[in-house]
Design a protein around this ligand. Structure first.
Ligand code: ARG
Ligand code: ZN
Length: 853
């Protein structure tokens, strides 16, 4: 069964007010809901409410209990055929949070109540029109045992509190802002709280609080700091201030994804809240900063203005990712941020767009909404906003967002509504641009250059083509903004932007007399468009680009392309050993960037095996991995002096998580990685010392990993040491599991899954083994004998039984099966078919059915 965008119909009733009463008990929570309803549609319309797994205790309209037969309860909810034009509906239901292993709706984590309602969790709490275009004012009363649950939280502003009989107490929360049910939240338990305050640009004083596990309060300091910087940034960059007197964050251990932007009560996976230097890496600090910002920014792009239906998910997610990426760029380094965003886009979104799960940024149908929280909706969605801003300029972009906030505040809207604001401020027509939202697949742009020495003319032909994707065999051209430049040894000869709107375009550039050789063309600078570039350059031309590029993104990308071609050549056997000139050029680029260590670190990165899947098919993960390693060792050898020099200096002290120190540690970490693959016999001892003496988790973990990769005799001893030090810290233990899953093989996965600390109910732990293995250890996962698939099959099946969102997400690792070399391909297909036959949740079944095609 699939839902179609074209079937959208407004809800025929308005819910003017929602009054909820929760009597909290892990095994039997009673939820009383009182809805003030008014008919807005036709008189014949029945009242239909969503409900999932609810035990109905009573139902009444305007104080009169409904007779059986006047309403109908189904799998999907409740329907009352005949209701007055305005009425009050009261329902009472019972739910069991302790039995809720799907982590959707109201559930228990670490002995505390917490909720997750996006997209369809609220219907697991009470009967309600659980759709984003029904916005209402929520009033919440809740009661719980006072000793076990001293802190009671919901959305909005706190009201009355007090004690009840039997050791229970109650609290009232009132949210003045109308919101859809997916933004409802409730948390209750015993927490330690890290508090602070913020004064908005309007002079309002906001009480900020982050609720964490007992003993963890200080580890929330960085998240709090990130929150305050996010609040300032949104005021300065978008003119948006916070709109309630309190802002609460709750960290929970069992959570299906990163975090959730519930109004005034953000709920976070604890992995994205807790950090200090001894337990978190710089990557963790960076992720916390960006996710805290992301959820905070949703207050305007998502909450005050929300989505009319779930097809519009990118309206809030693409825009909010774009906002958080720019926040991070302003907090750190813009070029480095851009490179990292593109790495992520290419790794996850390009693969998705090229496989059987490809879908457009705004899809027009879906089988399961949970499966639409994808890299395409989020990351490609953000790229589209980035292109929009580049095409109209910052000033008009800001005018457009101002108009959007003013025009649609308090509404549930569509992508068309959003673009109408930009059409109104620019006078332009974005109809063709919006094709980017409707067409799946990554456009490929082919660049051809033709130099005519007689006339000193350079002809540049750009052609675009988007490959077919499931259900979309034929694609139209999309407008592709490409920042371009011509380069020679002196620098830029010319810079301009071309918008490739048609299938192809030819530009003719006339060079002055002084130019006697064809200049190099720099295309898609700063990665202006989310496309794949096709260029047939010689190795010498590529080496020249590495030397001459003036755009920091393209300079990095020139190295990536060069290195990628080399890995492919090595893997295909057209070359036995890495080319020395190439390795020297790569090493030189790294050494020259030493004054910008974060960028230097990124330059040492070799393209991941998965990225190369898109270049050569059938894809052979094992061979690619071996070729990649070979080149990496050659680089390590070439850089041995630089590695020793970098690691010989002391790491910065005292620790600071900011960009400057993080950059230095990134370069040190990159050198540690190289040391792990270096042929130098002394490297094992160096690594062991780096592990023992590290003063922060970033370097400790890097050293442990490199040491493990060497598979020397003592690696197990170091792993055991790490385990005994951190066995009581679940987030650090996740790293321990992930480290082994990404460096080991199928047997390692089986051993990890049998470890007493492996917990099928904890998504972080499951992902630290399964997703780490399937997404970051492709050579072992796609082993031709099928052992990698077999190692995860059982775990995924069990995870899916308890938690369909988790099961479905893990299965997306199979999306590339069709392009694999024949043995792995056959094994993957057989695994998918076995899984399908074994009985999957509907979320997981949706992924597998689409993957099999
Ligand atoms: N809105 C949340 C965020 O972007 C993510 C919610 C994910 N929900 C889901 N059903 N997958 O921060
Ligand atoms: Zn989001």
């Amino acid at each position: 069964v699939s839902v179609q965008l074209s079937d959208y119909k407004p809800y025929p009733f308005e819910v003017e007010q929602v009054d909820l009463r929760f009597d909290l008990d892990p095994d039997a929570t009673k939820v009383r809901s009182e809805l003030k309803v008014r008919r807005t549609g036709g008189a014949e319309e029945a009242l239909e409410l969503d409900g999932d797994g609810l035990k109905l205790l009573s139902i009444a309209i305007d104080g009169t209990p409904l007779e059986p037969g006047t309403y109908e309860q189904t799998e999907k909810g409740l329907a009352i055929a005949s209701v007055p034009d305005a009425f009050t509906l009261v329902t009472e239901v019972e739910i069991a949070p302790s039995q809720n292993t799907a982590l959707s709706g109201l559930y228990m984590s670490g002995g505390r109540f917490c909720s997750q309602c996006e997209s369809t969790g609220f219907r697991r709490i009470t009967f309600y029109p659980d759709r984003p275009d029904v916005m209402s004012a929520f009033h919440v009363w809740m009661a719980a045992d006072k000793a076990a649950y001293p802190i009671l939280l919901s959305n909005g502003t706190p009201g009355e509190t007090g004690d009840l009989d039997d050791g229970r107490h109650f609290a009232v929360w009132d949210d003045p802002h109308k919101k859809p049910s997916y933004l409802f939240a409730l948390c209750a338990g015993d927490y330690d709280v890290w508090r602070d305050s913020f004064t908005t640009m309007n002079g309002d004083e906001i009480a900020l609080a982050i609720h964490v596990d007992k003993g963890d309060a200080e580890r929330a300091a960085w998240a709090m700091d990130s929150l305050k910087r996010s609040m300032t940034w949104d005021e300065q960059t978008y003119g948006r201030a916070y709109d309630l007197g309190v802002f609460n964050i709750v960290a929970v251990r069992d959570f299906n994804f990163g975090a959730m932007e519930n109004k005034g009560l953000n709920v976070f996976n604890s992995a994205y809240v807790l950090a200090d230097e001894s337990t978190a890496t710089d990557a963790d600090f960076e992720a916390i900063e960006s996710i805290v910002a992301h959820e905070y920014f949703h207050n305007w792009t998502g909450n005050r203005i929300t989505c009319r239906d779930w097809f519009q998910l990118c309206l809030k997610e693409g825009l909010t990712v774009f906002r958080d990426q720019n926040f991070s760029a302003d907090m750190r380094s813009r070029p480095v941020q851009r490179i990292k965003d593109v790495i992520r886009l290419r790794a996850r979104q390009f693969a998705e767009d090229a496989g059987p799960l490809a879908h457009s940024v705004r899809p027009d149908n879906y089988g399961s909404i949970d499966n639409l929280y994808t890299a395409t909706v989020y990351e490609k969605g953000a790229e589209l906003i980035g292109m929009l801003r580049r095409m109209i300029g910052e000033e008009l972009y800001r005018k457009g967002t101002d108009l959007y906030f003013e025009r649609h505040d308090g509404q549930a809207v569509t992508i068309e509504d959003f673009y109408k604001c930009f059409e109104d401020v620019t006078g332009e027509d974005f109809t063709q641009f919006r094709l980017w939202y409707a067409q799946a697949g990554t456009p490929e742009v082919t660049v051809e250059e033709n130099w005519k020495p007689e006339t000193r003319e350079l002809e540049i032909t750009l052609k675009q083509k988007t490959p077919p994707t499931p259900g979309q065999p034929v694609k139209k051209p999309v407008p592709i903004p490409l920042e371009m430049a011509l380069l020679d040894e002196e620098g830029n000869l010319a810079e301009w932007t071309t918008i490739l709107e048609d299938e192809d375009i030819t530009l003719t550039m006339e060079m002055p007399d002084s130019i006697t050789e064809a200049p190099l063309v720099s295309v898609n600078r700063d990665f202006t468009a989310p496309i794949r570039l096709n260029r047939s350059l010689t190795r010498d031309q590529r080496l020249a680009l590495v030397r001459m590029e003036t755009d920091p993104f393209n300079q990095w990308d020139a190295v990536q392309t060069l290195v990628k071609e080399e890995i492919l050549a090595l893997s295909e056997g057209s070359q036995a050993e890495p080319d020395d000139a190439l390795v020297a050029a790569h090493a030189g680029a790294i050494e020259r960037a030493v004054d910008d260590p974060a960028r230097a670190a990124l330059l040492t990165r070799l393209p991941e095996v998965g990225e190369m899947f898109l270049e050569r098919q059938p894809a052979d993960a094992v061979t690619l991995n071996a070729a990649r390693k070979k080149l990496q060792s050659a680089l390590a050898e070439k850089l041995s002096g630089f590695i020793a020099g970098t690691l010989g200096k002391p790491t910065p002290e005292p620790f600071n998580p900011g960009a400057e120190q993080a950059g230095i540690r990134a370069l040190r970490t990159a050198m540690i990685v190289l040391l792990g693959v270096s042929p130098d016999a002394a490297s094992a001892d160096t690594l062991r010392k780096l592990y023992d003496n590290a003063t922060n988790m970033t370097e400790r973990l890097a050293a442990l990993r490199a040491y493990t990769v060497q598979k020397g005799g003592k690696a197990n001893e170091a792993l055991a040491d790490f385990e005994s030090t951190w066995k009581d810290n679940p987030l650090v233990m996740d790293k321990w599991f992930a480290l082994q899953a990404t460096t080991g093989d199928a047997e390692t996965v089986k051993t990890l899954a049998a470890h007493p600390a492996f917990d099928l109910r904890n998504p972080n732990r499951v992902r630290s083994v399964v997703a780490a293995f399937t997404m970051q250890n492709l050579a072992a996962f796609h082993a031709p004998d099928g052992s990698g698939y077999q190692a995860v099959e059982e775990i995924i099946l069990k995870a899916d039984k308890a938690n369909p969102a988790l099961g479905a997400r893990l299965l997306t690792a199979f999306e590339q099966w069709r392009i694999l070399e024949p043995q792995a391909k056959a094994a993957a297909e057989a695994t998918l078919k076995r899984l399908q036959a074994a009985g999957l949740s509907s979320n997981a079944a949706d992924i597998v059915a689409r993957a099999l095609g």
